[in-house]
Write a protein that binds this ligand. Structure first.
Ligand code: DGJ
Length: 725
C-alpha cells in the first residue's frame, strides 16, 4: 500500500510486514529517507532523519555542504557536496559533473506492469509510486519508481532519467537504488565464486569506507553475484534483522556499501558505473534496471522465502512457472562432442523406458563442431553426426514418447566458422588490437542491428526446423576488447548495456514467438544465474559442477535468493567428471530433487543398479515436485558451517506437509544420532512420518527435533516426509 501525507509531505510504502518512509524536506526541496524496517503505524518518523528543524540548513545557507554530506538522501547525486557514493551523476555539454534534484510531483498507479525493454517484476497485487525530481539547471527530470507488493514483503526500485533541455547530457552513473540505513552495526553477506564453485556465501563485518561486489565481465559472472544483504550480527536463519538486495539485470553491476564518518551506511545497487556512459539527447530518456529490496526481522530464512515468493509469483513469466518440468536427460556429460543420431536414440530409448520425459541434445550438433574450438555461429545441423537432420532425430525421439530439447550458444562466433569467415567484423573487437579469445571464441556484437537480426534468424531457423520444446541458451565467455562499428566515440560507453538489452531482445522474441517453449539459461555453468534471466527462463543451469557434495554449497548459496524451482540440477555419473568423487546414486538423486531434477549421464553405460534406481527416482520426483517447487524453503543445517552434515526442508503453503532432506556428508565413528529441529509447521498438529508411521506434534518437531541415525559411509542421505490432517 502506498500513501502520501500531503500535509507533512511524507510517502509511506507498506508491504504486509514492512514499511518504507521518506519525505520532502525543506519546503519542497530535497527528498529525504526516514525509515525502512518492520511495519509501523502511521508515518510520523521524520524526526529520525531531521532531529531538530534548526539543524537542517536550507540549500542556500552557509553550511550547505555539511548538510549535504550527512543527510539520508533518497536518491543522492554527485558533484554538489554529498561526498558519499552517489546514485546519479550527469555531465553537461561543457563537461561539468554536478546534479541536484528537487521534488516536483508524484503519482500512484494501481498494479505493476513491465514497461520498456528490461525485465522486471509485475503483478496486480502491487502498486507503483513514481516521484518526479528535477534539476532545473540541467533541465533534467528523474522519476524514482517504487513497486510495492501487497502480498510479499518486497519493494522494487528503478529510475527513469529524462533530458528535458535542448542540449545533450551524458549520464555517467544511474544506479537503481540507494538506501541510507541507520547506525547499527551491520555485517555484509555477499556471494562469490568461480567456475564450478558458484555463489559461495561470504559474511564479514562492515568496515568504514567502501565495500561490496561488482562485475565488469559483461555478464553477472561466476565470481560475483548481484546480491547483497546487510544483517545485524545476531542474524541467523531464524533471528536478526536482514536487508536483502538483488538486481534484476544480467550485465555489469555494482552493489556497494559505504560506511561513513558517523557510522551510517549507504547501500547502492545498479549498473556498474565503471565502463558506463550514456549520451542523452534532448527529449530522450534512460531507464535503469530494477533493484529489489527485502527486509526481514526474522532472520535470513524469512528474507529467502520472500525472494522465492516474489520471483515465483511476480518475476518468472514462463507458462512453466507453476508446472512440473519434464524430467530431462542431457547428453553433455554422457558424450561431450562425440555423438550421433544412433547414440542419442539409444540414450532416448533407455531413458523413455526408465520414465524420463525429454532428451536434451547439448553442444556439438551443428557445423563442424567436433570440439569446442570451432563452428559457433554455424547453426546448421551436422549431417555427418545427425543424418537426416534435426527433424528426423526429433521425430524419432518424439516417437519414443520423449520431448526434445536443444543447446545453443547464439551470442558467440568461433574464428573457425563460416560465419566468422564471412563477417570477421561481427565479433566484438577494438580496431587495430587483436581481440582475446576465451574458450577459443569471440562474442558477437549484438549491439549492431544486422548482427542481432542474423542471430535471431539463426535461432528461428533451428526452432522452425523440428518440434523443439526446450532450449538451453548457453554463454561461455565474458566480454572484453569492447569496440563496435555501431557506436562512435560518444556512444561507446553504452556498449555493455546495449549488449544486455540485445540479449533481452533476443530472449524476448524467443519466448513470445514460441510461448510453450521451456527455456533454460546457462553460462559456463551458473555465471548467468540472476533475476534478469529468470524473467525469460523459469530455470537456470546452476553449475557445471554436478558433484552432489559440491552441489550442497552451490545450491545453498543459490537458494538464499532463488527458488528451488529455478535451480538446474541433474544426477550425473560417478566418479564425478569435475571432482572425481563418487557419491551414491541415491544421494545424487536427493540433492538434484532440490532443483529442477534431471539426468546428465550415459544411461546406456551406467552400472545396472544405478539404472534400476531411475524409475524409483522418477516416481520420487513426481511425488514431491509440487511441494519442492511451490513450498516454503527452510535451511536447517549447512555443511559449509558445521563441516559434517547438511539439511533443508520444504513446507507446503498450508503447513500440512513437509519434506526434509538430510545429508550426512562426513561420517564420524561412535557418535549419537544426528538431531535436527524442523521449522514452519503447525505446532498443535500431529504429523505422521510416512516411512516409519511414527507421529509427532508440530511443536515437538520444531522444538525437540527429530533424530536421524548415523549412516555407514560418507555423503549418505535420507528424505523424511511428514503430513498431518
Ligand atoms: C557449458 C555448460 O555449462 C555445459 O552444461 C555445457 O552445455 C557446455 N557449456 C557445452 O559447451
Amino acid at each position: 500500500m502506498i500513501s502520501f501525507n500531503s500535509e507533512k509531505q511524507i510517502f509511506k510504502l507498506d508491504t504486509p510486514n514492512t514499511s518504507y518512509v521518506f519525505g520532502v524536506e525543506d519546503k519542497g526541496k530535497y527528498l529525504i529517507h526516514y525509515y525502512y524496517g518492520k511495519r509501523i503505524s502511521g508515518d510520523d518518523v521524520r524526526y529520525l532523519a531531521v532531529p531538530d528543524e534548526g539543524a537542517l540548513p536550507s540549500a542556500n545557507k552557509r553550511d550547505k555542504l555539511s548538510f549535504l554530506d550527512c543527510a539520508p538522501y533518497e536518491y543522492p547525486t554527485k558533484g554538489v557536496g554529498d561526498f558519499r557514493t552517489p546514485a546519479l551523476s550527469v555531465k553537461n555539454e561543457k563537461g561539468n559533473e554536478a546534479t541536484e534534484l528537487f521534488y516536483d510531483s508524484h503519482k500512484i498507479i494501481k498494479g505493476k506492469t513491465v514497461t520498456g525493454k528490461l525485465p522486471g517484476t509485475f503483478g496486480e497485487t502491487a502498486d507503483v509510486l513514481e516521484v518526479t525530481l528535477k534539476d532545473p539547471v540541467l533541465n533534467l527530470s528523474v522519476i524514482l519508481r517504487y513497486g510495492v507488493f501487497n502480498d510479499v514483503d518486497a519493494i522494487t526500485r528503478s529510475v527513469i532519467v529524462k533530458n528535458e533541455g535542448d542540449k545533450p547530457l551524458t549520464l555517467t552513473r544511474v544506479l537503481s537504488l540507494s538506501l541510507d540505513t541507520d547506525d547499527k552495526d551491520y555485517e555484509l553477506i555477499t556471494l562469490y565464486g568461480s567456475w564450478a564453485r558458484e555463489r559461495t556465501i561470504d559474511r564479514k563485518p562492515l568496515r568504514h569506507g567502501h565495500q561490496g561486489v561488482s562485475s565488469m565481465r559483461g555478464i553477472t559472472s561466476h565470481q560475483e553475484h548481484p546480491f547483497m544483504a546487510l544483517v545485524t550480527p545476531d542474524a541467523t536463519q531464524k533471528t536478526g534483522e536482514v536487508y536483502g538486495f538483488n538486481f534484476v539485470y544480467s550485465g555489469n553491476f555494482d552493489a556497494s556499501v559505504y560506511l561513513n564518518q558517523f557510522n551510517f551506511s549507504r547501500v547502492t545497487l545498479g549498473i556498474n558505473p565503471e565502463g558506463f556512459e550514456w549520451k542523452l539527447e534532448p527529449g530522450a530518456e534512460f531507464e535503469s534496471p530494477e533493484g529489489v529490496m527485502v527486509f526481514s526481522d526474522e532472520g535470513l530464512g524469512r528474507m529467502t522465502r520472500t525472494f522465492h515468493d516474489l520471483y515465483r509469483n511476480h518475476l518468472i513469466r514462463s507458462p512453466y512457472k507453476n508446472r512440473k518440468r519434464p524430467i530431462l536427460i542431457n547428453n553433455w556429460e554422457a558424450t561431450y562432442f562425440d555423438f550421433n543420431t544412433e547414440k542419442l536414440l539409444a540414450i532416448a530409448k533407455q531413458a523413455s523406458e526408465s520414465g524420463i520425459e525429454m532428451l536434451v541434445m547439448d553442444d556439438g550438433w551443428f557445423g563442424n563442431r567436433f570440439d569446442d574450438n570451432r563452428a559457433l555461429g554455424d547453426w546448421k545441423v551436422n549431417e555427418e553426426k545427425l543424418p537426416g537432420g534435426l527433424k528426423y532425430l526429433v521425430d524419432e525421439v518424439n516417437k519414443l514418447g520423449l520431448k526434445f530439447g536443444i543447446w545453443m550458444e547464439p551470442e558467440m562466433v568461433s574464428p573457425d566458422s563460416d560465419l566468422y569467415r564471412a563477417h570477421p567484423d561481427w565479433a566484438i573487437q577494438i580496431e587495430g588490437r587483436e581481440a582475446g579469445l576465451a574458450r577459443n571464441q569471440y562474442v558477437l556484437d549484438l549491439t549492431r542491428s544486422e548482427v542481432l537480426e542474423h542471430t535471431w534468424q539463426s535461432i528461428k531457423a533451428v526452432m522452425d526446423s523440428a518440434n523443439i520444446e526446450y532450449v538451453k541458451w548457453d554463454m561461455n565467455r565474458p566480454l572484453a576488447d569492447i569496440g563496435s562499428k555501431a557506436l562512435d566515440k560518444e556512444h561507446l560507453g553504452e556498449f555493455y548495456h546495449r549488449y544486455v538489452l540485445a540479449v533481452y531482445e533476443l530472449q524476448n522474441r524467443l519466448v513470445t514467438q514460441y510461448p510453450a517453449l521451456l527455456l533454460e539459461n546457462c553460462s559456463s555453468g551458473g555465471a548467468r544465474f540472476d533475476p534478469g534471466m529468470l524473467y525469460y527462463s523459469p530455470q537456470i543451469w546452476c553449475s557445471d559442477d554436478t558433484d552432489a557434495v559440491e552441489r550442497l554449497s552451490i545450491q545453498e548459496g543459490t537458494a538464499i535468493v532463488y527458488p528451488l524451482s529455478s535451480m538446474g540440477a541433474h544426477v550425473s555419473d560417478c566418479p564425478n567428471h569435475v571432482l572425481g568423487r563418487t557419491v551414491s546414486f541415491e544421494t545424487r538423486g536427493h540433492i538434484a530433487l532440490a532443483g529442477t531434477f534431471g539426468y546428465e549421464l550415459d544411461i546406456t553405460k551406467i552400472p545396472e543398479e544405478d539404472k534400476n534406481m531411475i524409475p524409483k527416482q522418477v516416481e520420487m520426483y513426481h511425488k514431491y515436485n509440487d511441494l519442492v517447487r511451490e513450498g516454503d524453503y527452510f535451511r536447517l543445517a549447512s555443511v559449509r558451517e558445521n563441516g559434517i552434515y547438511d539439511s533443508w526442508m520444504v513446507v507446503k503453503k498450508d503447513k500440512k506437509e513437509c519434506l526434509v532432506t538430510f545429508v550426512g556428508v562426513i561420517n564420524r565413528p561412535n557418535y549419537k544420532p544426528f538431531k535436527i529441529r524442523l521449522e514452519g509447521l503447525l505446532p498443535d498438529k500431529l504429523y505422521k512420518d510416512e516411512d516409519t508411521g511414527r507421529e509427532y506434534y508440530g511443536d515437538i518437531l520444531m522444538n525437540a527435533g527429530i533424530t536421524i541415525n548415523r549412516f555407514h559411509g560418507d555423503a549418505r542421505s535420507t528424505l523424511i516426509h511428514l503430513k498431518c490432517e
